[in-house]
Design a protein around this ligand. Structure first.
Ligand code: HEC
Ligand code: HEC
Length: 293
């Protein structure tokens, strides 16, 4: 009966759809993006980082890279880099957000934690020629970003976005290349969240004694971890590339364990305590002590 009256039908259909819309899309604003989701440590972008972010959009990096670590354990382990999953408060300064929906390449939400080197040596090499670092990579080369950065609108962007900036920040843009801006942006991603250090502290074992003295039992597994986590900086055969050679290190087991756990961030060696458990780090220590074959 009713369906034969188009006006009533349209009104009722509209009401039903609005109920669904209200419940799923409008009502949640009551309890998300509230004050309690704010994260004090999350800082707005500097002019250089913001320029990098704009280049990231210009180049369409978001077509291959997402920027959100889901709450799934596998996601956190693979992309968290010790920072855990993404929280809504981390995105307050992202306009527009770059969560993305495709992962042809890895998620980059926490990439700043993965390569903490202030000079960005890893990124420079990787961006210019991805295959020189990760041989199987299908990421295109971006060596052409080594051109002077266009800063015409830098200040206007900061004003429009209402981000704080100083004259020193703007002066800092002088002589910078597009590559510098991109790397400044990469190095910022995920680093505002302070959970990494806490996770690292939990991982320190009570004794610094290597439980794996017999290489034979761990070699296979250690080699796989090494290839995945270390080879891009220390070379496929531990011969050293961006980082030093690791063949048959003369350092003690405890020393190696400490270096791998805590990293030497100022010089570009990332900490692994938050992404690898103690057992895996010990296996790597045993593997590193192995002499070249
Ligand atoms: C065609 C898809 C594609 C595009 C476009 C692309 N990437 Fe990638 N990217 C990849 C793949 C695949 C990897 C993993 C292999 C590697 O490390 O090279 C990767 C890796 C990376 C990594 C290292 C991730 C890690 O966890 O080690 C960074 C950083 C990165 N890309 C940044 C960028 C930036 C910045 C852009 C845009 C200028 C970009 N990518 C464009 C596919 C892409
Ligand atoms: C992003 C690049 C990068 C990655 C990834 C990386 N390292 Fe390093 N590593 C470095 C750099 C650079 C140094 C040199 C730091 C210094 O001289 O202070 C270093 C130093 C070291 C040292 C000390 C070497 C010595 O005797 O002075 C050890 C041990 C080490 N790395 C092990 C590892 C292991 C194991 C992994 C994988 C779990 C790894 N690294 C992953 C860059 C990296």
């Amino acid at each position: 009966m009713l369906e034969k009256n188009p006006v009533i039908f349209i009104i009722l259909a509209f009401v039903v759809i609005m109920i669904g819309t209200t419940i799923t899309m409008i009502a949640p604003f009551k309890w998300i993006n509230s004050e309690s989701d704010k994260i004090a440590e999350v800082k707005p972008y500097t002019p250089l980082q913001q320029e990098g972010r704009d280049l990231y959009m210009r180049e369409g990096c978001n077509n291959c890279h997402s920027q959100t670590v889901r709450t799934l354990a596998a996601d956190v382990e693979r992309y968290g880099n010790g920072g855990g999953y993404s929280k809504s408060g981390e995105f307050v300064y992202d306009r527009p957000h770059l969560w993305g929906s495709r992962r042809t390449g890895p998620d980059l939400a926490r990439i700043g934690l993965k390569y903490p080197d202030p000079k960005g040596a890893w990124h420079r090499k990787h961006m210019a020629d991805p295959q020189s670092v990760v041989p199987a990579s299908n990421m295109p080369a971006y060596a052409f970003l080594n051109t002077p950065l266009d800063t015409t609108y830098s200040e206007r962007k900061m004003k429009l976005l209402k981000f704080p900036y100083t004259q020193a920040d703007l002066d800092d843009l002088k002589g910078k290349t597009e590559m510098d801006a991109m790397i400044a942006y990469m190095r910022k991603l995920g680093t505002d969240i302070p959970v990494k250090k806490a996770a690292a502290a939990l991982q320190t074992p009570v004794t610094l004694k290597n439980p794996f003295s017999d290489l034979k039992t761990v070699e296979k597994e250690a080699e796989a971890i090494y290839k995945q986590q270390c080879a891009s900086c220390h070379g496929e055969k531990r011969e050293g590339t961006l980082g030093p050679a690791l063949k048959g290190s003369a350092r003690s087991d405890a020393e190696l364990f400490t270096i791998i756990s805590k990293g030497i961030e100022a010089n570009g060696m990332p900490p692994f305590a938050a992404s690898l458990d103690a057992q895996k780090i010990w296996k790597l220590v045993t593997y590193i002590k192995l002499d070249s074959k």
